[in-house]
Design a protein around this ligand. Structure first.
Ligand SMILES: [Fe+2]
Ligand SMILES: [Fe+2]
Length: 329
């Protein structure tokens, strides 16, 4: 899954001196809706924006499997266990697919997937804010599928026509699987919403806890908030179409009526649809807290990174065995 989150200022420039002709041809291809491939010339700003986006997306898929994996042994029935296990496997597959796309883009810098894993462990590569959060009850497992995968679908369909071919093709497949994840989550939510008083209680409690993280999912609204214009750079290069706030509004449009129709509430009394402005009004989450969370100071950041590190170390022998130089010909 996941979305590009703004953090800090972009230091890249569109092209270096002498490359103006190449840059103009490149932009003409982008404007014409052509797909850019891995070996094509591309401006450094485009390459670096893609590396940042796709490596964060890929690593978030892998980090996202960790909170859900916690519920595989505790799922209430065999059917639910199989469902959530398949979802965890899908997310790991998404991560692998995307990290390969990022690795191709990093070739000019002689950087590899191993470097990305080092970046993750030393805090340079961030993973999505929602995966720093705890999953306390079975309702969290349902909510992650229903609303976090639901948000991911909105964020990723925004890039389904991305100008970079390898990413666009990976997203086509990923989005199809994400739809299954959202349906799986929705089925859990429906069972809880139609269940006992206790089941409804844990569902409402989970939604109350997840609400700020869900609002944060799409990132801050504008560069006035972030001091960054990375959203604009991605829109200029037709990597994405909509801004963070447009995506958040699309999410609220789709899910708030469903939330209310189940008799659930959100922990924000100001939430309402403003017909004149044609948008949802809501209380801003604490964006300073958001910055802390993605800097690995969230409630579960350290534990999840440690788990990843242990898995990475334990599986080192597999990577070594598969390395091309060890294959005899
Ligand atoms: Fe995914
Ligand atoms: Fe998913």
């Amino acid at each position: 899954m996941y979305n590009y989150v703004e953090d800090g200022d972009s230091k890249t420039t569109a092209y270096v001196e002498g490359d103006q002709d190449k840059y103009e041809q490149f932009m003409a291809r982008i404007e014409a809706g052509e797909k850019i491939e891995a070996d094509d010339w591309m401006p450094d700003e485009y390459r670096q924006s893609l590396i940042k986006l796709i490596s964060m997306h890929g690593i978030s898929e892998i980090m996202g499997a960790l909170p859900e994996k916690e519920w595989v042994p505790k799922a209430p029935t065999l059917k639910r266990k199989l469902g959530i296990m398949a979802k965890v496997q899908d997310e790991m597959g998404h991560g692998q697919l995307l990290l390969r796309v990022a690795e191709d883009l990093m070739k000019p810098y002689e950087r590899t997937r191993e470097d990305l894993m080092d970046d993750l462990l030393n805090g340079e590569l961030k993973f999505h804010n929602v995966f720093h959060m705890p999953t306390k009850t079975w309702a969290d497992a349902g909510l992650v599928g229903w609303l976090v995968d639901g948000a991911a679908i909105i964020s990723q369909t925004n890039m389904l026509d991305a100008s970079y071919g390898p990413y666009q093709r990976a997203l086509q497949r990923i989005c199809q699987e994400e739809v299954f994840h959202a349906q799986h989550g929705e089925a859990i939510i429906m069972a809880l919403a139609e269940g006992t008083e206790h089941q409804r209680e844990i569902l409402q409690e989970a939604l109350n806890r997840w609400w700020p993280a869900l609002l944060m999912f799409f990132g801050p609204a504008s560069k006035e908030t972030t001091g960054s214009s990375k959203q604009d750079v991605m829109i200029k290069y037709k990597i994405r179409k909509s801004t963070n706030e447009e995506l958040r509004q699309a999410f609220l449009d789709k899910y708030l009526p469903r939330v209310f129709s189940l008799g659930l509430t959100v922990p924000d009394k100001t939430v309402h649809y403003d017909k004149a402005e044609e948008k949802w009004i809501y209380q801003q989450p604490d964006w300073d807290e958001f910055k802390q969370i993605i800097r690995n100071k969230g409630p579960r950041s350290k534990e999840r990174l440690r788990l990843r590190e242990i898995a990475y170390e334990n599986n080192r022998w597999v990577r070594q065995a598969l390395a091309p130089e060890t294959v005899e010909v």
